[in-house]
Design a protein around this ligand. Sequence first.
Ligand code: GUN
Length: 304
Amino acid sequence: MAQIIDGKALATRIKEKMSTQMPNLEAKYGRRPSLYIILVGNDEGSQRYVKHKLAAAASVGMDSRLIALEPTITEKELLDLIHVLNEDPLVDGILVQLPIPKHLNEYHIIQAIDKGKDVDGFHPLNVGELWQGMHGIVPCTPKGIVQLIMSTGVTIDGKTAVVVGRSNIVGKPVAKILLDENATVIMTHTHTKDLKAMTLLADILVVAVGKEKLITADMIKPGAVVIDVGITRNAEGKLVGDVDFDAACEVAGYITPVPGGVGPLTIAMLLKNTMECFLNHAEASTNVSKLWSKIIESRIGTDK
Ligand code: GUN
């Protein structure tokens, strides 16, 4: 019987640790990390995700703001707003909740966000750094997935990891991170001829498709770590993952539930990324202040 990986409990521990750091940060830098979330339109799923993100940020003591925009906003108006936030020294993190309405070009919008405030890790420069092994700001869901795997005590090094789904948000970045952890990574997708033959090789199986019961118990290698990223509402209105959970529990070694697995970690990693951006900004402005003090001191010295 598989052990259930409790993402909610792990995320709570991460957030609790972060909350305890907040007073010290405020004392040292004179402010707290700030996260600005832009939501365009009225998509119910996006509204729910954003609500969770804002609540989590507030729960650890971060400044979190929602900018809710009409679905009719033009690309120019949205880009102008992003530029204002980019220039504001009190904004550490900017997140544009996806998907955005079709008339807005997602690539233009993501690219406009300051690389150092891109808490999603979606900016082409952050993506490029990830693929070059530099791991600057890493996308939240893949970062959370690796934390979940590590929480089992199973080593990634030398294992065969199979990723199902090749999205920019999950499939591709998680494959790269697992590769950097020295897994042998197989990427599968809609054109993969024999998915079962691939998934049966997986010591670590990451599924991110959004299709109920795509992965059945007979597709899982006994003892495998199964990470279910999919989340959809089934015909009965229940939130379900991509893995046939009850049957998979009989075969897998470890498995994430849906909900309560990957989702809470994604949010915890968003807070970690916001903290990382804040520390970079706060340290940079402290260094500039120190430099100015030195310049002023040396000028006063010369004038004497
Ligand atoms: N929509 C679904 N997942 C995500 C995410 O991780 N970040 C953003 N910005 N939008 C999303």
